[in-house]
Design a protein around this ligand. Structure first.
Ligand SMILES: Cc1cc2nc3c(=O)[nH]c(=O)nc-3n(C[C@H](O)[C@H](O)[C@H](O)COP(=O)(O)OP(=O)(O)OC[C@H]3O[C@@H](n4cnc5c(N)ncnc54)[C@H](O)[C@@H]3O)c2cc1C
Ligand code: FES
Length: 527
């Protein structure tokens, strides 16, 4: 089988962990080496403080530092522990929501700007990789969009027409130009892939080289704009800055407004072994809803070079699923039906995407806040390119330069055409508060098996109870500290997930994903 990109040199990556450690560890975390970075231990000043060291925050910090701005970047964890480590790392200008939908919501001009901004983001990543000599396996390749079982040629034709009008380089094909029968498909040229954590590791070095300061394990607890922006950290240090950029994936400085315009979804990924060169190196997606996304990664494990096929999909609203455990099995079955010779899932992980009500990220000034507070959120499954757009756009906004994408991504934008989605998402959130008055999932902690969690009612309170593998019970209040919804147990990640705006907590109540910044409270003991 021949494909134009299959003969390109493969980047090989070394495994860092044994297979027994790979459950819920992404293939990126298993193969990346990011040096540990110390935490902030004194008050500091800077032109700009960036909160969050995922791709959005790191790109913003890098581009500003390269312009000579003094930049401080803080993260509550080590670099590369957020959603950028859970991605599948397709770099594409074919937007997840589809150009048909984008054109309907944002008009023909908006759709052209979307295509232009995502194409520019890929070019921006490519030029950073080249200029800073980042060894992250960046390579250009084609992408193929093929039909899901319930979709028709008309769906592909309409997407082809809308994407072409937006200026995307796309071809309609009766079959893909290789021996894999995907049926009718669209071919997108000049897409790309990379190793997202090796890219972040390179950005961290480059930020420092350009004079930026990075502090990990430094959690921002209070973020205030004004004449001088002030960021107070959990370890009682203060950062004073001319501007602050909150790039925490979902904003931790906004309590309500932005969270009514986006919804958190879990999405699942498996990494399965596939014989080398048995399918062409390309990006693949289908048109199902939720859709599947596929790509290859070459890794080196115990002196063996192997190809891993990364298959993702099975999205559902965070905290609102009763069938989580079968999602990985369904991904394997789906992959087996389409790609020959795949093995068992060697890697399985899940992650969170923030779907905005109109398919685009929110990038710019934080609505209703001081003018020197910026946010980047609402990745809509395109957070690697949206995160890069965020860096390019916020840099221009801070430096007072015009940018043609500013109104398209403005977090204050309103669109009548997305009003129905807005209403549906917010009715769904309102419905979640009903669990305040329902019974618990179990009536007593004794019913909870080792390794499992469940909610139970104790008088007027709801308790989130988890029994660890040694049989010890961990109890916290089940009330989410963001806006008071009742959390639900996620058995694949062993976390408490909030069905309202996607906050997540570990079994001991510590925040994994915002918008919550406080932990689940200790449960009141039973009398
Ligand atoms: C399974 C999956 C597949 C995906 N596939 C693709 C894809 O193919 N292409 C694509 O473009 N996108 C994809 N995405 C989306 C994309 O990966 C993410 O949107 C993107 O990586 C998010 O980057 P970020 O910088 O916004 O957030 P993150 O990477 O989550 O970074 C945010 C950082 O903020 C830190 N933080 C949070 N709160 C605080 C605080 N109070 N103080 C200090 N630090 C804080 C966190 O520790 C974290 O490091 C996918 C996502 C998932 C889950
Ligand atoms: S995330 Fe908003 S109430 Fe839990």
């Amino acid at each position: 089988m021949a494909h134009k990109t299959s003969s390109a040199p493969h980047k090989t990556l070394r495994m860092r962990s044994s297979s027994s450690q790979r459950t819920n560890l992404s293939v990126w975390s298993a193969t990346a080496t990011i040096p540990r970075i110390p935490s902030l231990n004194a008050n500091v000043r800077a032109d700009v403080c960036v909160v969050g060291a995922g791709i959005a925050g790191m790109t913003t910090a890098y581009l500003l530092a390269r312009e000579g701005q003094s930049v401080v970047l803080v993260d509550k964890n080590q670099v590369g522990r957020g959603e950028t480590s859970h991605t599948s790392a397709h770099l594409s200008n074919e937007i997840d929501a589809g150009y048909r939908h984008i054109e309907h919501l944002h008009g023909a001009k908006g759709a052209r700007l979307v295509a232009q901004s995502h194409s520019s983001a890929i070019t921006q990543i490519e030029s950073i990789v080249n200029e800073e000599e980042i060894d992250c396996g960046f390579e250009r390749l084609d992408g193929y969009l093929f039909l899901g079982p319930k979709d028709t040629d008309k769906d592909l034709r309409e997407e082809f027409d809308a994407a072409s009008r937006a200026g995307v380089k796309v071809k309609q094909l009766e079959r893909a130009p290789f021996d894999l029968d995907l049926g009718n498909c669209l071919q997108f040229r000049q897409q790309a892939q990379f190793h997202p954590l090796q890219y972040l590791a390179g950005l961290a070095k480059a930020i420092k080289r350009h004079g930026g300061r990075i502090y990990s394990e430094t959690e921002a607890k209070e973020i205030k704009g004004g004449r001088t922006a002030e960021i107070k950290t959990k370890n009682r240090k203060k950062i004073s800055a001319g501007s602050v950029v909150v790039a925490t994936n979902t904003p931790v400085n906004d309590w309500v407004k932005m969270h009514t315009k986006q919804a958190a979804y879990r999405t699942y990924v498996i990494g399965v072994q596939i014989p080398p060169d048995s399918i062409p190196k390309a990006l693949y997606w289908d048109t199902e809803n939720p859709f599947h996304y596929v790509r290859l990664l070459r890794i080196q494990d115990n002196h063996r070079t192997r190809d891993i096929l990364i298959i993702g999909g099975e999205d559902h609203k965070t905290g609102q699923d009763e069938d989580i455990e079968n999602r990985f099995a369904r991904l394997t079955a789906w992959g087996r039906a389409r790609f020959p010779n795949i093995g068992e899932a060697e890697f399985r992980w899940s992650g969170q995407v923030m779907n905005s009500i109109d398919g685009l990220a929110f990038i710019g000034k934080n609505p209703g806040d001081e003018p020197n507070v910026y946010i980047a959120t609402g990745d809509s499954g395109m957070g690697l390119t949206h995160g890069t757009v965020a860096g390019m756009l916020i840099k221009d906004l801070i430096l007072g330069r015009g940018n043609p994408w500013a109104s398209l991504y403005d977090p204050s934008r309103k669109s009548l055409r997305s009003a129905l989605t807005f209403a549906e998402e917010n009715l769904n959130v309102a419905a979640q508060y009903a669990t305040w008055v329902t019974a618990g999932e179990v009536s007593a902690p004794e019913e909870i098996k080792s390794g499992a969690g469940a909610t139970l009612r104790r008088g007027l309170s709801k308790i989130a109870a988890y029994r660890d593998d040694t049989g010890k019970l961990h109890e916290r209040s089940a009330v989410c500290p963001h806006l008071g919804c009742i959390v639900a147990w996620n058995p694949t990640e062993r976390s408490w997930d909030c069905p309202c705006h996607g906050s997540r907590f570990n079994p001991d109540g510590k925040v994994l994903n915002g918008p919550a910044i406080g932990q689940l409270q200790l449960a009141k003991p039973s009398k």
